[in-house]
Design a protein around this ligand. Sequence first.
Ligand SMILES: Cc1cc2nc3c(=O)[nH]c(=O)nc-3n(C[C@H](O)[C@H](O)[C@H](O)COP(=O)(O)O)c2cc1C
Length: 203
Amino acid sequence: MPHLLHIDSSSRCADSLTRRIGAQYVAAWRRTNPEGTVAYRDVTEEVPDLVSEDWVTGVFGPADHHTPRTRAAVDASATLIAEVEAADVLVLGVPMYNFSVPAAFKAWIDQICMAGRTFAYDENGPRGLLAGKKAVVVRASGSDFTDPAFAALDHHAPYLRGVLGFIGITDVEFLSVNGPAREQIEAGLIEADRAIAASLKVL
Ligand SMILES: Cc1cc2nc3c(=O)[nH]c(=O)nc-3n(C[C@H](O)[C@H](O)[C@H](O)COP(=O)(O)O)c2cc1C
């Protein structure tokens, strides 16, 4: 039975494009996967912890340095990691903020990147441990980053491809709405429907 994890990270609610399009994507996925299950997390409602000294000690420090606080920090990460491990498909609603991802989403990334759990180093270098998953990133931005004037400022898509690939999620698709397309979608969601349909290969 396929399982989907849906994450939202826009600070906007009713007006958010990434929330609307992500929800549409998940609804379409449910239609094509009637047996499937869905988990949802809004990282703006419950912002993941920032990496703390307790977390670093809990993950990297020797066992005799561990305390109830370091264990709690690692347990909080482990909860988020377990949600990702359980998923076959991740739908990540991630607007562009200041040419990168929202801070709450970055906090989530920092919690799920854990040595020995989601990535490891061996004689061949780094190895992602979350293989076999697909990620769909629903992204919205004000500027059109296909415009060469803006392309160099895009620290969103390259970063997400890089960090997701680092933990083993190499099948990453972007549903990206920006610039003029974004305005059309805000007006009627027509383009978004088409992008979602093409991505799911339905309709
Ligand atoms: C705090 C903030 C920072 C933003 N920074 C950028 C940016 O660097 N580049 C850009 O093209 N758009 C930027 N935008 C525009 C958003 O990416 C755009 O409004 C998008 O639709 C937000 O996603 P949402 O509709 O899901 O809330 C920013 C918006 C906000 C609120």
